[in-house]
Design a protein around this ligand. Structure first.
Ligand SMILES: Nc1nc2c(c(=O)[nH]1)N[C@H]1C(S)=C(S)[C@@H](COP(=O)(O)O)O[C@H]1N2
Ligand SMILES: [Mo]
Length: 448
């Protein structure tokens, strides 16, 4: 086969995603591993070429181990402030009018790894986001059958996953208003197939337009409340300051508001870092919240000037919108940026808005691209320096997760100190006399 430019590009993509019809053990091939246990996988840049993200390229984020749910034993219980408590099988749910929609699912922490100063948590870069077609029923139809009692205000959602150690159970609430929105679903299918175990089999919440912390997987219980739920994942996590705070400021969670809507955003899928000279098709996707993307612009001169990109197809309200821009690329180093705007006039900023938990990053980011006839050789990754792991550290941390969890973070000693305190609270067996040694190791191995 002659080496044409197209073949080269295809070969590049194939190296990341070796084969789309692959055996189950290769299911997550090509994904970036943030943590193997619990499983956190990020989609590489090449994935931003598809409008609908294939399930095997779809990012995975689980706080605990994937529960093994057997359909024969599974039921959805609905109770609390309702007229008629319900216990539904999947077959019962399928009696409600079927509903389908395409929506982006994006982790609130997507892009956390870009914040300066660094913040604790999974260090996602671009790819804890994907777009899928979700099939199920409207939550509001099910709520109507249950009959909400006066005063019902919050829906407490709980999945079948079991917390690690003594960490708080992943329980989240939706307001009754969002629960009754026509685009809030209980879905059992993703891209036309039953949900996989990683993505929440047999049932998950679809909260279109909102960050994915509300998209509870393995859903098995909805309790209707007349008050705000004060569990950890509502009261402390998934909150951000309503206004600008200066980088590095500590903000009390009670002075922050829950993360809801996604931000308008775009990512360049191609070129990744190199291209041949000539006309280069710059391609990617853009997405937003309930207010769809109306415009994507591309700069090929580091933001000095902007050119309109062409939006492809009709797009969907909540989904990825593909776009392209034909760039006459001359040899040399260049800086590309894409910037999306939505129908509400929200636009990607050029500068970050730092927040203490690193949520909802949507900076229009510079992408260095080298234009040259030959692809420069990729330098081999430097081997990680060998440091003996303190036994105390292994015993304290590795019962629930492995080293990736720490390796991917770069934190100050004060930040590691807070993490160790949090983990001790969640059952990590940190002996008081070993605490300093563990902190020394963490803050010398994984510093900013
Ligand atoms: N039950 C349950 N639901 C959950 C989670 C979880 O840990 N447990 N993680 C949430 C978070 S933070 C994200 S980003 C998405 C990830 O969905 P995915 O793994 O299908 O991509 O699921 C959400 N739903
Ligand atoms: Mo997330």
């Amino acid at each position: 086969m002659a080496i044409t430019r197209r073949n080269l590009l295809l070969a590049g993509a194939a190296a990341f995603f070796p084969n789309s019809a692959r055996p189950a053990d290769l299911q997550n091939a090509g994904m970036i591993t943030i943590s193997p246990r619990p499983t956190d996988l990020e989609m590489p840049l090449e994935g931003f070429i598809d409008e609908i993200t294939p399930v095997e390229h779809f990012f995975v984020r689980s706080h605990t181990l994937v529960p093994e749910v057997k359909l024969a034993d599974w039921k959805l219980k609905i109770d609390g402030l309702i007229e008629r408590p319900l216990t539904l099988t999947l077959a019962d749910l399928k009696q409600f009018p079927r509903q389908e929609l395409v929506s982006v699912l994006e982790c609130a922490g997507n892009g956390r790894g870009f914040y300066t100063p660094p913040v604790a948590g999974a260090q996602w870069h671009f790819g804890s986001v994907g777009n899928a077609r979700w099939t199920g029923v409207r939550l509001r139809d099910v709520l109507q059958k249950a009959g909400l009692k006066p005063g019902a205000s919050q829906l407490l959602l709980d999945g079948a996953d079991v917390p690690l150690g003594t960490m708080p159970d992943f329980q989240r609430t939706l307001t009754v208003e969002k629960g009754r929105h026509e685009d809030t679903l209980l879905a059992w299918e993703m891209n036309g197939k039953p949900l996989t175990a990683q993505h929440g089999f047999p049932l998950r919440v679809i909260a279109a337009g909102w960050a994915s912390d509300s998209w509870v997987k393995w859903l098995q219980h909805i309790e209707v409340l007349d008050h705000e739920f004060d569990g950890f994942w509502m009261k402390t996590a998934y909150r951000h300051p309503p206004n600008h705070v200066s980088p590095g400021t500590a903000v009390d969670p009670k002075d922050m508001v829950p993360v809801t809507d996604l931000n308008v955003k775009s990512v360049i899928a191609k070129p990744v870092d190199w291209s041949m000279p000539g006309v280069v098709t710059v391609q990617g996707v853009a997405w937003s919240n309930a207010s769809p993307v109306t415009k994507v612009e591309v700069s090929v001169d580091a933001g000095n000037s902007w050119n309109p990109a062409t939006l492809i197809g009709k797009g969907t309200r909540y989904g990825f919108r593909r776009w392209t821009f034909a760039w006459r690329a001359e040899e040399g180093p260049h800086t590309l940026i894409s910037r999306a705007t939505n129908a509400a006039g929200q636009q990607q900023p050029l500068q970050e808005q730092w927040n203490p938990n690193g949520y909802l990053w949507n900076v229009a980011q510079p992408r260095p691209v080298l234009v040259a006839a030959l692809r420069p050789p990729v330098p081999a990754a430097a081997p990680a320096p060998e440091q003996p792991l303190p036994e105390s550290y292994k015993a304290a941390c590795f019962a629930c997760h492995d080293e990736h969890m720490m390796q991917q973070q770069r934190l100050t000693r004060a930040q590691w100190d807070r993490e160790v305190t949090k983990m001790s609270g969640w059952g990590a067996p940190v002996k008081p006399e070993q605490r300093d040694a563990i902190l020394d190791y963490l803050s010398s191995s994984f510093k900013p």
